[in-house]
Design a protein around this ligand. Structure first.
Ligand SMILES: NC(=O)c1ccc[n+]([C@@H]2O[C@H](COP(=O)([O-])OP(=O)(O)OC[C@H]3O[C@@H](n4cnc5c(N)ncnc54)[C@H](OP(=O)(O)O)[C@@H]3O)[C@@H](O)[C@H]2O)c1
Length: 315
């Protein structure tokens, strides 16, 4: 399959070089990428060659790239505010998409826009995937702790390099995607939302809620602490069993750790990209793409949380 990246570099938190390397290692051809200036395209081309062994043609003009390349899919890795334009362009050009989380950010009625986009992709038989890789950590969690049984409570700790509402938008898609994987339901909702503070520039924030479905649900908690240093701290707790992510710096191998016990963790980003490529191949061979409903549901939950976080205090 032939892919183009929108945003090949890591300027702030972007995953371009890692995604490009994994895609190439999983057998996809990254033939082109879009950057924002002639200089950044030159730098992007260099980084792709050095870090991913990829020789891709760089463009600064989307229309020229789409006209000049014979593509199957776009992989959108640019800042969240820019995703909408590229999602719509992909739809118009009949291209499948993997897009970074959050699918859309900023502006009004974001969840409705996500629902419209997801429905348009589905109607046209196009694959739409969002880069929420944390559900792919669950097999290692089970290897560390065994099957947790019925879920009573689920918590995640993350350290995005942002503050306030932006921090929520950056981080929340991950725990939401894990909650959806633990207890999928078309009727799932977040109820009883609580925030440790509502400071618009909050550098740390705990969000509590109940992830509720008609058949049950569980306590849901997300602890966010602004973090600029790498590797980022991250942890997952299910029914009180903790699993902290450890990155071994010599070779960037990943582990899940609880006290003195640890298990190897296959990179969940690679696992997600492998799944995306498998779904893409199946879709190109004529199968219907997976239902993008979980993406729509996550966007609705994110909008709900952001709305409550930013709501004026009750008198
Ligand atoms: N899934 C995860 O775990 C994870 C982790 C980190 C970040 N992310 C997500 O990755 C996305 C990007 O992160 P970021 O905002 O920090 O990106 P960034 O590192 O600031 O930039 C990444 C790339 O986006 C390109 N870019 C910037 N504006 C663009 C535009 N208008 N059109 C096309 N390309 C543009 C940049 O181009 P140039 O090369 O021209 O500068 C750069 O190559 C966000 O949605 C973020 O949430 C996900």
């Amino acid at each position: 399959v032939k892919l183009a990246l929108i945003g090949a570099r890591r300027v702030r938190q972007g995953l371009g070089p890692f995604v490009a390397r994994f895609l190439a290692e999983e057998g996809a051809r990254v033939t082109a990428f879009l950057g924002t200036s002639a200089d950044s395209v030159e730098a992007g081309g260099r980084e792709l060659r050095q870090q991913a062994g990829i020789d891709a043609v760089g463009y600064t003009d989307l229309e020229r790239m789409l006209a000049g390349e014979d593509l199957d899919a776009l992989v959108i890795l640019s800042p969240a505010e820019t995703h909408g334009r590229y999602l719509r362009a992909a739809l118009e050009a009949g291209l499948h998409v993997l897009c970074e989380k959050p699918l859309l950010f900023g502006g009004e009625h974001t969840a409705d826009q996500v629902a419209e986009l997801a429905s348009a992709f589905r109607t046209r038989g196009l694959l739409l995937a969002e880069n929420c890789q944390w559900p792919h950590v669950l097999p290692a969690f089970r290897a560390l702790h065994g099957d947790p049984g019925p879920i009573q409570d689920f918590a995640m700790g993350l350290t995005p390099d942002s503050a306030g509402a932006r921090m929520i938008a950056d981080a929340l898609p991950h725990p939401l995607s894990v909650a959806q994987a633990l207890l999928p339901s078309t009727d799932a909702r977040l109820e009883d939302l609580r925030f440790s503070n509502r400071d618009p520039q909050a550098q740390h924030l705990t969000i509590g809620a109940r992830y509720a479905t008609p058949d049950g649900g569980f306590r849901f908690e997300v602890q966010l602490i602004r973090g600029a240093s790498l590797p980022r701290e991250a942890s997952l707790t299910i029914n009180g069993r903790v699993a902290r992510r450890r990155v071994r710096l010599e070779d960037y191998a990943l582990f899940l750790v609880d006290g003195s016990r640890e298990v190897g963790l296959n990179d969940p980003l690679r696992a997600l990209l492998r799944q995306f490529l498998a779904n893409l191949s199946a879709t190109l061979a004529g199968a219907a793409p997976p239902d993008p409903f979980p993406i729509t549901q996550r966007a609705a939950m994110l909008e709900h949380v952001l709305g409550e976080f930013q709501a004026p205090p009750q008198r």
